[in-house]
Design a protein around this ligand. Structure first.
Ligand code: PNS
Length: 171
C-alpha cells in the first residue's frame, strides 16, 4: 500500500491545501494529513480546531485521514510507516525552504523519508494561511480562499480577539 503523510501547520487549511490533498489522494492509496502541534508558532487555531476543519473538508475523500503530531516528522513517519511526505510548492520562493526540509528529513531518516512535491494550481498559487488570516483580521472577503465554515470560524476568532482588546482598553 502506498501511504503518504502531508504534514503542515494548516492554520487554517486553505483551498490551496485542499487542492494538494485531493491530488495526493489520487496518487497514493492513503494520505494522512497531519497537523503539527508546535507551540512555538503561536497558532490562531488550536490543534483540535485545525484537525476538525481538515476532517470536515475531507469527509468525502475516503482515502484521506487526519491526525496530529508533535516532535520530529521522521519519528512520526517511522512510527506510522510513512515513507513519503507530501508538500506543496506555490512559487520559486517556497523552493529553498522546502528543499531544506526535504533534505533534512532525508538525511535524518537515513533515506527512509522521501518528499514528493505537488505544484499548487495557478488559481491557488497566491494563497497562504497567513495572508488569509490577515485579510480576515481586517474583515476582508476570504470566500475564495477557504470554505465558508472556515471563513465563519476566522471572523469569529477575530471578533473575539477585537472584543478582548476593546474590553482591555476600557478597563
Ligand atoms: O505548514 P508549515 O508550517 O510550512 O509546515 C512545516 C512542517 C510541519 C512540515 C515542518 O515544520 C515540520 O515537519 N516540523 C516538524 C519538526 C521537524 O521534523 N523538523 C525537522 C525538519 S525541518
Amino acid at each position: 500500500m502506498r501511504k503518504a503523510v502531508y504534514p503542515g501547520s494548516f492554520d487554517p487549511m486553505t483551498f490551496g491545501h485542499l487542492d494538494i490533498i485531493k491530488r495526493a489522494a489520487q496518487n497514493f492509496d492513503e494520505v494522512t494529513v497531519s497537523v503539527l502541534n508546535n507551540k512555538i508558532k503561536n497558532p490562531l487555531f488550536s490543534v483540535e480546531e485545525r484537525v476538525k476543519i481538515l476532517e470536515k473538508a475531507t469527509k468525502d475523500l475516503p482515502n484521506v485521514k487526519v491526525d496530529s503530531f508533535s516532535g520530529l516528522l521522521i519519528d512520526y513517519a517511522a512510527e506510522h510507516g510513512f515513507h513519503v511526505s507530501v508538500r506543496g510548492l506555490r512559487a520559486i520562493t517556497d523552493f529553498e525552504y522546502e528543499l531544506q526540509i526535504a533534505q533534512t528529513n532525508s538525511k535524518l531518516s537515513h533515506g527512509n523519508l522521501d518528499t514528493v512535491f505537488f505544484t499548487a494550481g495557478l488559481e491557488y498559487s497566491y494563497l497562504s494561511s497567513s495572508g488569509v488570516k490577515e485579510i480576515a483580521c481586517f474583515g476582508g472577503d476570504v470566500s475564495e480562499c477557504v470554505p465558508d465554515f472556515v471563513a465563519d470560524m476566522l471572523y469569529e476568532k477575530y471578533n473575539q480577539k477585537h472584543k478582548g482588546e476593546t474590553d482591555e482598553q476600557q478597563n
